[in-house]
Design a protein around this ligand. Structure first.
Ligand code: SF4
Length: 551
Protein backbone atom coordinates (compact mmCIF):
# COMPACT_ATOMS: atom_id res chain seq x y z
CA UNK A 1 0.00 0.00 0.00
CA UNK A 2 1.27 3.48 -0.85
CA UNK A 3 1.48 5.76 2.19
CA UNK A 4 -0.69 8.85 1.69
CA UNK A 5 2.32 11.18 1.93
CA UNK A 6 3.73 9.82 -1.33
CA UNK A 7 0.76 10.80 -3.43
CA UNK A 8 1.77 14.45 -4.06
CA UNK A 9 5.26 13.33 -5.12
CA UNK A 10 3.82 10.98 -7.75
CA UNK A 11 1.55 13.70 -9.09
CA UNK A 12 4.46 16.10 -9.33
CA UNK A 13 6.69 13.56 -11.01
CA UNK A 14 4.04 12.85 -13.67
CA UNK A 15 3.80 16.51 -14.52
CA UNK A 16 7.52 16.94 -14.31
CA UNK A 17 9.48 19.66 -12.54
CA UNK A 18 12.43 19.53 -14.89
CA UNK A 19 14.31 16.93 -12.83
CA UNK A 20 17.10 15.48 -14.96
CA UNK A 21 17.15 12.22 -13.01
CA UNK A 22 13.53 11.57 -13.96
CA UNK A 23 14.10 12.38 -17.61
CA UNK A 24 12.38 15.79 -17.63
CA UNK A 25 14.81 17.74 -19.80
CA UNK A 26 12.32 19.69 -21.91
CA UNK A 27 10.84 22.26 -22.20
CA UNK A 28 13.57 24.60 -21.02
CA UNK A 29 13.06 28.00 -19.47
CA UNK A 30 15.42 30.72 -20.79
CA UNK A 31 17.99 30.19 -18.03
CA UNK A 32 18.12 26.44 -18.59
CA UNK A 33 18.34 27.04 -22.34
CA UNK A 34 21.30 29.37 -21.90
CA UNK A 35 23.16 26.86 -19.73
CA UNK A 36 22.45 24.08 -22.18
CA UNK A 37 23.53 26.13 -25.20
CA UNK A 38 26.97 26.65 -23.73
CA UNK A 39 28.62 25.80 -20.43
CA UNK A 40 28.78 29.15 -18.62
CA UNK A 41 32.39 28.53 -17.63
CA UNK A 42 33.33 28.92 -21.30
CA UNK A 43 32.52 32.61 -21.18
CA UNK A 44 35.86 33.41 -19.60
CA UNK A 45 37.70 32.75 -22.85
CA UNK A 46 35.31 35.05 -24.72
CA UNK A 47 35.85 37.81 -22.16
CA UNK A 48 39.61 37.48 -22.44
CA UNK A 49 39.83 37.02 -26.20
CA UNK A 50 36.95 39.06 -27.57
CA UNK A 51 34.89 41.25 -25.26
CA UNK A 52 37.78 42.88 -23.38
CA UNK A 53 39.25 43.95 -26.74
CA UNK A 54 36.09 44.86 -28.62
CA UNK A 55 34.23 46.55 -25.74
CA UNK A 56 30.84 46.41 -24.08
CA UNK A 57 28.78 46.59 -27.26
CA UNK A 58 30.38 43.42 -28.60
CA UNK A 59 29.05 41.26 -25.76
CA UNK A 60 26.47 38.60 -26.68
CA UNK A 61 23.34 39.35 -24.58
CA UNK A 62 23.14 35.69 -23.49
CA UNK A 63 26.63 36.04 -22.03
CA UNK A 64 26.05 39.51 -20.63
CA UNK A 65 22.87 38.74 -18.71
CA UNK A 66 23.51 35.06 -18.04
CA UNK A 67 26.91 33.43 -18.22
CA UNK A 68 28.92 36.42 -16.97
CA UNK A 69 27.57 35.61 -13.51
CA UNK A 70 29.68 32.47 -13.37
CA UNK A 71 32.63 34.84 -13.09
CA UNK A 72 31.05 37.14 -10.53
CA UNK A 73 30.01 39.79 -13.05
CA UNK A 74 26.64 41.57 -13.21
CA UNK A 75 25.88 44.74 -15.12
CA UNK A 76 25.09 47.66 -12.86
CA UNK A 77 21.86 49.56 -12.71
CA UNK A 78 21.87 52.76 -14.72
CA UNK A 79 21.91 55.71 -12.29
CA UNK A 80 18.75 57.77 -12.01
CA UNK A 81 16.17 55.07 -12.73
CA UNK A 82 13.69 55.04 -9.88
CA UNK A 83 12.48 51.85 -8.25
CA UNK A 84 8.97 52.23 -9.59
CA UNK A 85 10.30 51.48 -13.07
CA UNK A 86 12.38 48.43 -12.13
CA UNK A 87 9.73 45.93 -13.15
CA UNK A 88 8.64 47.61 -16.38
CA UNK A 89 11.90 48.40 -18.16
CA UNK A 90 13.74 46.04 -20.48
CA UNK A 91 17.12 44.78 -19.20
CA UNK A 92 19.04 46.91 -21.69
CA UNK A 93 17.19 50.02 -20.49
CA UNK A 94 18.07 49.29 -16.87
CA UNK A 95 21.73 48.49 -17.22
CA UNK A 96 24.89 50.54 -17.39
CA UNK A 97 27.97 49.47 -19.37
CA UNK A 98 29.77 48.83 -16.06
CA UNK A 99 29.94 45.75 -13.90
CA UNK A 100 29.69 44.72 -10.32
CA UNK A 101 32.43 42.18 -9.67
CA UNK A 102 32.13 39.79 -6.74
CA UNK A 103 35.42 38.44 -5.40
CA UNK A 104 34.77 35.18 -3.62
CA UNK A 105 36.56 34.65 -0.35
CA UNK A 106 35.98 31.06 0.69
CA UNK A 107 35.87 30.73 4.45
CA UNK A 108 36.20 34.52 4.63
CA UNK A 109 39.94 33.91 4.94
CA UNK A 110 42.26 36.61 3.61
CA UNK A 111 45.92 37.43 3.92
CA UNK A 112 46.85 41.06 4.34
CA UNK A 113 48.43 40.87 0.89
CA UNK A 114 45.15 39.65 -0.61
CA UNK A 115 43.19 42.42 1.08
CA UNK A 116 45.67 45.00 -0.15
CA UNK A 117 45.41 43.69 -3.71
CA UNK A 118 41.60 43.89 -3.63
CA UNK A 119 41.88 47.45 -2.33
CA UNK A 120 44.38 48.42 -5.01
CA UNK A 121 42.20 46.91 -7.73
CA UNK A 122 39.34 48.96 -6.37
CA UNK A 123 41.40 52.13 -6.48
CA UNK A 124 42.68 51.46 -9.99
CA UNK A 125 39.66 49.96 -11.71
CA UNK A 126 36.55 50.41 -9.55
CA UNK A 127 36.43 54.10 -8.61
CA UNK A 128 37.52 53.16 -5.09
CA UNK A 129 34.26 51.27 -4.44
CA UNK A 130 34.06 48.21 -2.18
CA UNK A 131 31.45 46.47 -0.06
CA UNK A 132 31.98 43.61 2.36
CA UNK A 133 28.94 41.42 1.73
CA UNK A 134 26.93 39.31 4.13
CA UNK A 135 28.39 36.21 2.45
CA UNK A 136 32.01 37.04 3.23
CA UNK A 137 32.71 38.32 -0.30
CA UNK A 138 33.95 41.70 -1.40
CA UNK A 139 32.07 43.42 -4.20
CA UNK A 140 33.53 46.08 -6.45
CA UNK A 141 31.61 48.39 -8.79
CA UNK A 142 32.22 50.46 -11.92
CA UNK A 143 34.30 47.72 -13.53
CA UNK A 144 34.83 48.06 -17.31
CA UNK A 145 34.91 44.93 -19.43
CA UNK A 146 38.27 46.05 -20.86
CA UNK A 147 39.85 45.75 -17.40
CA UNK A 148 38.48 42.37 -16.39
CA UNK A 149 41.40 40.19 -17.63
CA UNK A 150 43.94 42.41 -15.86
CA UNK A 151 41.88 42.29 -12.65
CA UNK A 152 41.73 38.48 -12.82
CA UNK A 153 45.49 38.34 -13.29
CA UNK A 154 46.08 40.48 -10.24
CA UNK A 155 43.60 38.52 -8.12
CA UNK A 156 44.88 35.14 -9.20
CA UNK A 157 48.48 36.15 -8.56
CA UNK A 158 47.57 36.21 -4.84
CA UNK A 159 45.25 33.20 -4.86
CA UNK A 160 41.90 34.98 -5.22
CA UNK A 161 39.31 34.50 -7.94
CA UNK A 162 35.80 35.30 -9.05
CA UNK A 163 34.88 31.92 -10.55
CA UNK A 164 31.34 30.88 -9.64
CA UNK A 165 30.93 33.86 -7.33
CA UNK A 166 27.41 34.15 -8.84
CA UNK A 167 25.31 31.94 -11.13
CA UNK A 168 23.61 28.55 -10.81
CA UNK A 169 26.61 26.89 -9.22
CA UNK A 170 28.37 26.49 -5.87
CA UNK A 171 28.80 30.02 -4.57
CA UNK A 172 31.39 31.02 -1.98
CA UNK A 173 31.80 28.45 0.79
CA UNK A 174 31.08 30.22 4.06
CA UNK A 175 33.39 29.39 6.94
CA UNK A 176 33.69 30.37 10.57
CA UNK A 177 35.73 33.59 10.74
CA UNK A 178 37.32 32.18 13.89
CA UNK A 179 38.29 28.83 12.36
CA UNK A 180 41.47 27.60 13.98
CA UNK A 181 41.73 30.38 16.57
CA UNK A 182 38.64 30.14 18.79
CA UNK A 183 39.03 28.59 22.21
CA UNK A 184 35.46 27.27 22.10
CA UNK A 185 35.72 25.76 18.61
CA UNK A 186 34.41 22.21 18.23
CA UNK A 187 36.38 21.55 15.07
CA UNK A 188 38.23 23.58 12.44
CA UNK A 189 36.45 23.21 9.09
CA UNK A 190 39.20 24.93 7.06
CA UNK A 191 40.60 21.77 5.42
CA UNK A 192 37.12 20.85 4.12
CA UNK A 193 36.52 24.36 2.75
CA UNK A 194 39.87 24.30 0.98
CA UNK A 195 39.23 20.85 -0.46
CA UNK A 196 35.79 21.78 -1.80
CA UNK A 197 37.16 24.96 -3.36
CA UNK A 198 40.12 23.16 -4.91
CA UNK A 199 38.28 20.13 -6.23
CA UNK A 200 34.90 21.45 -7.23
CA UNK A 201 34.84 25.20 -7.88
CA UNK A 202 35.12 25.70 -11.62
CA UNK A 203 34.45 22.00 -12.22
CA UNK A 204 32.06 21.64 -15.21
CA UNK A 205 30.35 18.79 -13.32
CA UNK A 206 28.79 21.37 -11.00
CA UNK A 207 28.60 24.42 -13.24
CA UNK A 208 24.99 23.76 -14.27
CA UNK A 209 22.92 23.38 -11.11
CA UNK A 210 19.20 24.22 -11.09
CA UNK A 211 19.83 27.44 -9.19
CA UNK A 212 22.31 29.13 -6.88
CA UNK A 213 23.80 26.78 -4.29
CA UNK A 214 24.99 28.09 -0.94
CA UNK A 215 27.31 26.25 1.42
CA UNK A 216 28.19 26.95 5.05
CA UNK A 217 30.77 25.10 7.16
CA UNK A 218 31.47 26.04 10.75
CA UNK A 219 32.89 24.21 13.71
CA UNK A 220 31.97 27.09 16.00
CA UNK A 221 29.35 26.46 18.68
CA UNK A 222 27.90 29.84 17.68
CA UNK A 223 26.90 28.67 14.17
CA UNK A 224 28.50 31.86 12.96
CA UNK A 225 27.81 31.31 9.24
CA UNK A 226 24.00 31.16 9.48
CA UNK A 227 23.80 27.46 8.56
CA UNK A 228 20.04 27.49 9.09
CA UNK A 229 19.54 29.39 5.83
CA UNK A 230 22.07 27.78 3.49
CA UNK A 231 21.38 25.02 0.93
CA UNK A 232 23.91 22.70 2.55
CA UNK A 233 25.56 23.18 5.91
CA UNK A 234 28.03 21.37 8.09
CA UNK A 235 27.81 22.38 11.75
CA UNK A 236 30.27 21.31 14.43
CA UNK A 237 28.96 18.39 16.48
CA UNK A 238 30.57 15.91 18.82
CA UNK A 239 29.74 12.25 18.24
CA UNK A 240 29.79 10.21 21.45
CA UNK A 241 32.05 7.55 19.90
CA UNK A 242 33.83 9.29 17.05
CA UNK A 243 34.46 12.72 18.56
CA UNK A 244 34.29 16.10 16.82
CA UNK A 245 32.85 16.26 13.31
CA UNK A 246 29.88 17.86 11.59
CA UNK A 247 26.11 17.63 11.61
CA UNK A 248 24.68 17.75 8.08
CA UNK A 249 21.78 20.11 7.25
CA UNK A 250 20.14 20.79 3.90
CA UNK A 251 17.48 22.93 2.29
CA UNK A 252 17.68 26.31 4.01
CA UNK A 253 17.13 29.56 2.16
CA UNK A 254 15.27 32.86 2.31
CA UNK A 255 13.95 34.93 -0.61
CA UNK A 256 10.20 34.63 -1.25
CA UNK A 257 9.62 31.16 0.29
CA UNK A 258 11.86 31.11 3.33
CA UNK A 259 12.80 27.73 4.83
CA UNK A 260 15.09 26.71 7.64
CA UNK A 261 17.51 23.90 6.82
CA UNK A 262 16.62 20.45 8.11
CA UNK A 263 18.97 17.98 9.76
CA UNK A 264 19.55 14.68 8.02
CA UNK A 265 20.55 13.08 11.32
CA UNK A 266 24.00 12.26 9.96
CA UNK A 267 27.41 12.93 11.48
CA UNK A 268 30.25 13.56 9.01
CA UNK A 269 33.94 13.42 9.92
CA UNK A 270 36.14 16.24 8.65
CA UNK A 271 37.88 14.18 5.98
CA UNK A 272 34.55 13.13 4.45
CA UNK A 273 32.94 16.57 4.28
CA UNK A 274 34.02 17.28 0.69
CA UNK A 275 32.77 13.90 -0.55
CA UNK A 276 29.42 14.26 1.21
CA UNK A 277 29.13 17.85 -0.01
CA UNK A 278 29.66 16.61 -3.57
CA UNK A 279 26.99 13.94 -3.01
CA UNK A 280 24.41 16.48 -1.83
CA UNK A 281 25.34 18.71 -4.77
CA UNK A 282 24.77 15.84 -7.20
CA UNK A 283 21.36 15.14 -5.68
CA UNK A 284 20.48 18.79 -6.25
CA UNK A 285 21.89 18.77 -9.77
CA UNK A 286 19.97 15.66 -10.80
CA UNK A 287 16.73 15.89 -8.83
CA UNK A 288 16.43 19.67 -8.40
CA UNK A 289 13.47 21.38 -10.05
CA UNK A 290 14.51 23.18 -13.23
CA UNK A 291 11.14 23.91 -14.82
CA UNK A 292 10.33 27.05 -12.83
CA UNK A 293 13.06 29.37 -11.57
CA UNK A 294 11.14 30.29 -8.45
CA UNK A 295 10.96 26.64 -7.41
CA UNK A 296 14.49 25.67 -8.32
CA UNK A 297 16.34 26.11 -5.01
CA UNK A 298 17.19 22.95 -3.10
CA UNK A 299 14.73 23.87 -0.33
CA UNK A 300 11.76 22.96 -2.54
CA UNK A 301 13.07 19.45 -3.18
CA UNK A 302 13.88 18.98 0.51
CA UNK A 303 10.42 20.17 1.51
CA UNK A 304 8.74 17.73 -0.88
CA UNK A 305 10.96 14.77 -0.06
CA UNK A 306 11.57 15.28 3.65
CA UNK A 307 14.86 14.56 5.40
CA UNK A 308 14.47 10.78 5.42
CA UNK A 309 14.04 10.36 1.69
CA UNK A 310 16.75 12.91 0.92
CA UNK A 311 19.23 10.99 3.05
CA UNK A 312 18.19 7.69 1.50
CA UNK A 313 18.76 8.96 -2.05
CA UNK A 314 22.06 10.54 -1.03
CA UNK A 315 23.31 7.32 0.53
CA UNK A 316 21.96 4.82 -1.97
CA UNK A 317 22.42 6.56 -5.27
CA UNK A 318 25.38 8.85 -4.69
CA UNK A 319 27.58 7.86 -1.76
CA UNK A 320 26.91 4.11 -2.08
CA UNK A 321 27.28 3.73 1.66
CA UNK A 322 25.45 4.64 4.82
CA UNK A 323 26.27 7.80 6.71
CA UNK A 324 26.93 7.60 10.43
CA UNK A 325 23.92 8.52 12.54
CA UNK A 326 24.68 11.50 14.70
CA UNK A 327 23.18 13.33 17.64
CA UNK A 328 21.77 16.81 17.22
CA UNK A 329 24.44 19.44 17.78
CA UNK A 330 24.07 21.60 20.85
CA UNK A 331 21.84 24.61 20.24
CA UNK A 332 23.95 27.56 19.14
CA UNK A 333 24.86 30.18 21.69
CA UNK A 334 26.53 33.57 21.90
CA UNK A 335 26.86 36.50 19.55
CA UNK A 336 27.78 35.46 16.04
CA UNK A 337 29.32 38.59 14.64
CA UNK A 338 32.68 38.47 16.50
CA UNK A 339 32.83 42.24 16.94
CA UNK A 340 35.28 43.60 19.48
CA UNK A 341 38.56 42.43 21.01
CA UNK A 342 38.75 38.81 22.12
CA UNK A 343 41.46 36.32 23.02
CA UNK A 344 42.52 33.57 20.63
CA UNK A 345 43.37 30.07 21.74
CA UNK A 346 47.11 30.76 21.22
CA UNK A 347 47.28 33.77 23.57
CA UNK A 348 47.03 36.38 20.80
CA UNK A 349 43.91 38.50 20.17
CA UNK A 350 41.51 39.12 17.34
CA UNK A 351 39.87 42.44 16.63
CA UNK A 352 36.45 42.39 14.95
CA UNK A 353 35.31 45.65 13.36
CA UNK A 354 32.18 46.86 11.65
CA UNK A 355 31.92 49.34 8.83
CA UNK A 356 28.40 50.72 8.40
CA UNK A 357 26.43 48.10 6.44
CA UNK A 358 29.62 46.69 4.92
CA UNK A 359 30.40 49.83 2.93
CA UNK A 360 34.14 50.46 2.73
CA UNK A 361 36.44 51.65 -0.06
CA UNK A 362 39.58 50.44 -1.79
CA UNK A 363 41.63 52.94 0.19
CA UNK A 364 40.10 51.65 3.44
CA UNK A 365 40.98 48.06 2.58
CA UNK A 366 44.57 48.98 1.71
CA UNK A 367 44.87 50.95 4.94
CA UNK A 368 43.34 48.11 6.99
CA UNK A 369 45.84 45.67 5.51
CA UNK A 370 48.70 48.01 6.38
CA UNK A 371 47.36 48.53 9.91
CA UNK A 372 47.23 44.77 10.44
CA UNK A 373 50.75 44.33 9.10
CA UNK A 374 52.05 47.14 11.30
CA UNK A 375 51.15 45.04 14.35
CA UNK A 376 52.59 41.87 12.84
CA UNK A 377 49.35 40.28 11.60
CA UNK A 378 49.10 38.71 8.19
CA UNK A 379 45.60 37.28 8.45
CA UNK A 380 42.09 38.72 8.29
CA UNK A 381 38.62 37.30 7.99
CA UNK A 382 35.38 38.64 6.59
CA UNK A 383 32.12 37.82 8.35
CA UNK A 384 28.55 37.12 7.27
CA UNK A 385 27.56 40.25 9.17
CA UNK A 386 29.44 42.54 6.81
CA UNK A 387 32.34 42.84 9.24
CA UNK A 388 36.10 42.37 9.14
CA UNK A 389 38.39 40.68 11.68
CA UNK A 390 42.14 41.12 12.15
CA UNK A 391 43.72 37.99 13.63
CA UNK A 392 46.92 37.30 15.54
CA UNK A 393 47.40 40.59 17.39
CA UNK A 394 49.63 40.81 20.46
CA UNK A 395 47.80 42.16 23.48
CA UNK A 396 50.13 45.14 23.72
CA UNK A 397 49.29 46.19 20.15
CA UNK A 398 45.53 45.99 20.53
CA UNK A 399 44.84 49.61 21.63
CA UNK A 400 46.81 51.20 18.81
CA UNK A 401 45.25 48.88 16.22
CA UNK A 402 41.74 49.58 17.49
CA UNK A 403 42.49 53.32 17.32
CA UNK A 404 43.89 53.10 13.80
CA UNK A 405 40.99 51.00 12.48
CA UNK A 406 38.50 53.30 14.13
CA UNK A 407 40.04 56.19 12.20
CA UNK A 408 39.29 54.24 9.03
CA UNK A 409 35.60 53.90 9.91
CA UNK A 410 36.11 50.34 11.12
CA UNK A 411 34.75 50.33 14.65
CA UNK A 412 35.76 47.68 17.17
CA UNK A 413 33.34 49.17 19.68
CA UNK A 414 30.44 50.12 17.44
CA UNK A 415 27.17 51.43 18.78
CA UNK A 416 24.49 48.72 18.89
CA UNK A 417 22.92 50.38 15.85
CA UNK A 418 26.01 50.28 13.71
CA UNK A 419 26.59 46.73 14.88
CA UNK A 420 23.05 45.58 14.20
CA UNK A 421 22.33 47.20 10.82
CA UNK A 422 22.97 45.38 7.54
CA UNK A 423 22.00 46.39 4.02
CA UNK A 424 22.04 44.78 0.59
CA UNK A 425 23.34 46.54 -2.51
CA UNK A 426 20.05 48.28 -3.30
CA UNK A 427 19.14 50.76 -5.98
CA UNK A 428 22.57 52.33 -6.22
CA UNK A 429 23.83 49.41 -8.31
CA UNK A 430 21.30 46.54 -8.34
CA UNK A 431 19.00 46.17 -11.34
CA UNK A 432 16.36 44.34 -9.29
CA UNK A 433 16.14 46.98 -6.61
CA UNK A 434 13.08 49.01 -5.81
CA UNK A 435 14.61 51.21 -3.10
CA UNK A 436 17.88 52.69 -1.83
CA UNK A 437 19.53 50.74 1.00
CA UNK A 438 23.20 51.50 1.76
CA UNK A 439 22.82 55.27 2.12
CA UNK A 440 19.60 54.76 4.11
CA UNK A 441 21.41 52.37 6.40
CA UNK A 442 24.16 54.92 7.01
CA UNK A 443 21.57 57.61 7.71
CA UNK A 444 19.61 55.28 10.00
CA UNK A 445 22.71 54.42 12.03
CA UNK A 446 23.66 58.08 12.41
CA UNK A 447 20.12 59.04 13.43
CA UNK A 448 19.73 56.22 15.96
CA UNK A 449 23.14 56.85 17.48
CA UNK A 450 22.06 60.40 18.17
CA UNK A 451 18.42 59.84 19.13
CA UNK A 452 18.95 56.77 21.31
CA UNK A 453 22.23 57.66 22.99
CA UNK A 454 20.37 57.85 26.32
CA UNK A 455 19.18 54.24 26.23
CA UNK A 456 21.59 52.26 24.09
CA UNK A 457 23.67 51.13 27.08
CA UNK A 458 20.61 49.15 28.23
CA UNK A 459 20.70 46.94 25.16
CA UNK A 460 22.55 43.75 26.04
CA UNK A 461 22.49 42.73 22.40
CA UNK A 462 21.91 44.85 19.31
CA UNK A 463 18.49 45.05 17.73
CA UNK A 464 19.20 43.87 14.20
CA UNK A 465 17.79 45.90 11.31
CA UNK A 466 18.26 44.45 7.82
CA UNK A 467 17.51 46.67 4.84
CA UNK A 468 16.68 44.96 1.56
CA UNK A 469 16.01 46.71 -1.71
CA UNK A 470 13.47 44.18 -3.01
CA UNK A 471 11.81 40.86 -2.03
CA UNK A 472 14.96 38.85 -2.79
CA UNK A 473 16.18 39.15 0.80
CA UNK A 474 19.92 39.28 0.02
CA UNK A 475 20.39 40.95 3.42
CA UNK A 476 18.23 38.35 5.15
CA UNK A 477 14.93 40.19 5.62
CA UNK A 478 13.13 37.43 7.49
CA UNK A 479 15.72 36.66 10.17
CA UNK A 480 16.28 40.15 11.57
CA UNK A 481 14.61 41.66 14.60
CA UNK A 482 13.38 44.31 12.18
CA UNK A 483 13.50 43.03 8.59
CA UNK A 484 12.80 45.56 5.87
CA UNK A 485 11.71 44.60 2.36
CA UNK A 486 11.93 47.45 -0.11
CA UNK A 487 8.83 48.44 -2.03
CA UNK A 488 6.96 51.49 -3.26
CA UNK A 489 4.46 52.65 -0.65
CA UNK A 490 1.93 55.45 -0.36
CA UNK A 491 2.77 58.26 2.04
CA UNK A 492 0.34 60.42 4.03
CA UNK A 493 0.07 62.85 1.15
CA UNK A 494 -1.02 60.02 -1.15
CA UNK A 495 2.28 59.99 -3.08
CA UNK A 496 4.11 56.87 -4.22
CA UNK A 497 7.47 56.86 -2.45
CA UNK A 498 10.23 54.46 -1.44
CA UNK A 499 9.46 52.44 1.66
CA UNK A 500 9.54 49.06 3.28
CA UNK A 501 7.29 46.19 4.26
CA UNK A 502 8.24 45.39 7.85
CA UNK A 503 8.91 41.87 9.15
CA UNK A 504 9.15 41.81 12.94
CA UNK A 505 10.82 39.43 15.34
CA UNK A 506 12.83 37.12 13.09
CA UNK A 507 16.00 35.48 14.28
CA UNK A 508 18.44 32.60 14.08
CA UNK A 509 20.24 30.57 16.72
CA UNK A 510 18.04 29.95 19.76
CA UNK A 511 15.39 32.26 18.29
CA UNK A 512 15.35 30.65 14.84
CA UNK A 513 12.19 31.68 13.09
CA UNK A 514 10.99 34.10 10.47
CA UNK A 515 9.80 37.58 11.27
CA UNK A 516 6.08 38.18 11.19
CA UNK A 517 4.96 40.11 8.16
CA UNK A 518 2.29 42.23 9.74
CA UNK A 519 -0.35 43.00 7.16
CA UNK A 520 -0.30 46.66 6.31
CA UNK A 521 2.82 47.30 8.40
CA UNK A 522 4.77 49.46 6.00
CA UNK A 523 6.93 52.51 6.54
CA UNK A 524 8.11 55.11 4.11
CA UNK A 525 11.87 55.41 3.88
CA UNK A 526 11.70 58.89 5.37
CA UNK A 527 9.80 57.59 8.41
CA UNK A 528 12.28 54.80 9.08
CA UNK A 529 14.38 56.46 11.84
CA UNK A 530 11.19 57.51 13.67
CA UNK A 531 9.77 54.03 13.37
CA UNK A 532 12.87 52.19 14.61
CA UNK A 533 13.32 54.67 17.43
CA UNK A 534 9.72 54.13 18.56
CA UNK A 535 10.07 50.36 18.44
CA UNK A 536 13.38 50.36 20.30
CA UNK A 537 12.10 52.64 23.05
CA UNK A 538 8.93 50.61 23.48
CA UNK A 539 10.93 47.39 23.65
CA UNK A 540 13.29 48.81 26.28
CA UNK A 541 10.42 50.18 28.34
CA UNK A 542 8.24 47.08 28.26
CA UNK A 543 10.58 44.13 28.11
CA UNK A 544 10.76 41.72 30.99
CA UNK A 545 14.00 40.43 32.52
CA UNK A 546 16.13 38.72 29.86
CA UNK A 547 13.52 39.17 27.13
CA UNK A 548 14.87 39.37 23.60
CA UNK A 549 13.38 41.39 20.79
CA UNK A 550 12.17 38.31 18.94
CA UNK A 551 9.95 37.12 21.79
FE1 SF4 B 1 19.34 43.59 -5.24
FE2 SF4 B 1 17.04 42.86 -4.11
FE3 SF4 B 1 19.26 41.51 -3.53
FE4 SF4 B 1 18.97 43.96 -2.62
S1 SF4 B 1 17.69 42.18 -2.05
S2 SF4 B 1 20.82 43.17 -3.62
S3 SF4 B 1 17.85 44.95 -4.25
S4 SF4 B 1 18.29 41.62 -5.52
Amino acid sequence: MVPPTEAPQRTRARRGEGQWALGYREPLNPNERSKKDDNPLNVRARIENIYAHQGFDSIDPADLRGRFRWYGLYTQRRPGIDGGRTAVLEPEELEDPYFMMRVRIDGGALTTEQLRVIGEISQTFARDSADITDRQNVQLHWIRIEDVPEIWQRLEAVGLYTTEACGDCPRVVLGSPLAGIAADEIIDGTPAIREIAKRYIGDPEFSNLPRKYKTAISGSPRWDVEPEINDVSFVGAVHPEHGPGFDLMVGGGLSTNPKLAVRLGAWVPLDEVAEVWAGVTRVFRDYGYRRLRHRARLKFLVTDWGAEKFREVLENEYLHRKLIDGPAPNPPEGQRDHIGVHPQVDGKFYVGVKPVAGRVSGATLVAAAKAAERVGSQRLRTTVHQGLIVLDVDEADVPSLVHELSGLGLAAEPSPWRRGVMACTGIEFCKLAIVETKARAANLVAELEQRLADVQARLDRPITVNLNGCPNACARTQVADIGLKGQIVTNDAGEQVEGFQVHLGGGLAADAGFGRKVRGLKVTADELPDYVERLARRFLEQRTEGERFAH
